[in-house]
Design a protein around this ligand. Sequence first.
Ligand SMILES: Nc1ncnc2c1ncn2[C@@H]1O[C@H](COP(=O)(O)OP(=O)(O)OP(=O)(O)O)[C@@H](O)[C@H]1O
Ligand SMILES: Nc1ccn([C@H]2C[C@H](O)[C@@H](COP(=O)(O)O)O2)c(=O)n1
Length: 418
Amino acid sequence: MAKHAKSLLSRWSSRVFLVEVDEKPHYFRLQARHGGERAPRVFGRLRQEDRCFSVLVCTGDRIKGAKFYPELRDKLSNELPPGCDLTTMGSFLPRVRDSFIRGYFLKSSAEYSAHVERLLRDLGRREPLLVCSYAASGGGGQAWTQRLWSPSEDETVSDYFVVSSDEPECHPSALSMINNDVFYSFEEARDVFRKCRDVIPEAASVLEMLPGSAEVSQKPLFPVVVLEGLDATGKTTLTESLRETLGAALLRSPPDCLSPWRALFDREPPLIRRAFYALGNYITAQQIAQEGMKTPVIVDRFWHSTAAYAIATATGGPVSNLPGEGSEVYSWPGDLLRPSLVLLLTLDAEERKRRLKDRGLEKTDEEQKLDRNQLFRLRVEEAYRRISGPPCVTVDASPSADKVLQQTLLLIRNNCHL
Ligand SMILES: Nc1ncnc2c1ncn2[C@@H]1O[C@H](COP(=O)(O)OP(=O)(O)OP(=O)(O)O)[C@@H](O)[C@H]1O
Ligand SMILES: Nc1ccn([C@H]2C[C@H](O)[C@@H](COP(=O)(O)O)O2)c(=O)n1
């Protein structure tokens, strides 16, 4: 049996599981004996003869695991019989870093359960998966058991009762966010790109663009001001005006030299996609260091965007699911150039929508998600505010473009030595 699967199994009964229904996580844990508890809500409204299954991705290879997870969803959606319900799930060891694993939870009616079992057995033999089945265990459907299917012939695995578990303080994906969703050093992000060269040849072209290290040759003499905010909050408009008014250099992250590959890496799973944006920040940092010796520098998006979108995407549901304020996930990477000031443009949802509509440009998947999903938008904005490092000051972007410019100039003069 693979070493990774073995280590997961060694603490199986201490794991907590979550099944996400409409972005809301429902938690359950395992218990050797039944103490009369009701089955967790995800098993409610099922009949005695129905079956549920969980399929968790268990590979020690991060790149393979990241690529396989969305592929598995397609595979299951294509091959599952009608009437089978599929949703995302995960499992973790409370408070244990990097213990979060992802997968899918399936509900099948009795009619199709034999078919689903065959399909999953077959899949489990070919792919790095841990498969469990869940069945009612008497008691009028109130008690359900989990059976972990043996990933190898020589392994004995036990059945457990499943019982509801308390919600952890924040979404458990936070346990595996560091260096999977958010990168805190140049080397960690570059390492992902080095490892994915075999499967994505374009990664080599990105690697060629990178500086030898994160270190910048000199600290900028002039102020470096970063403009952040959701799309259509007015960053482009304001950065252009600031460039003219201050005679500043205007840079952006990701930098223009990465444009040919951005769309491609946007389609990759979070591990690779986020590493792409993280590396973009380091290239921009080198440009900032150079330009900042000659003039003030204005930067359109930087680290706050990379971290805030990544954290908000990895966490589902309401803002309360985000890692708590002060969590290490909000810290600034030790090796990344710190701007003098970060300004966060904020706009109410309706006005932002109106501006998006007037602009009428094509939207990326993440922008469309911002539109559709109020909770995602709130998580991104809150994550922006929680990121520590250089001071982040909020600017109300709803007045006219000129008023926003005047307000911003005032903030720059008060916070930077111009
Ligand atoms: N203060 C303002 N008042 C009214 N409209 C504005 C204001 N600032 C910008 N706009 C308009 O809103 C739209 C979005 O602005 P802009 O492109 O500058 O936003 P952005 O934050 O750069 O967006 P993205 O991140 O998607 O590139 C544009 O049509 C722009 O002309
Ligand atoms: N430094 C950056 C810049 C952008 N991103 C990501 C976050 C969003 O998915 C998207 C927004 O960019 P836009 O469409 O406004 O160009 O790009 C990032 O992660 N890091």
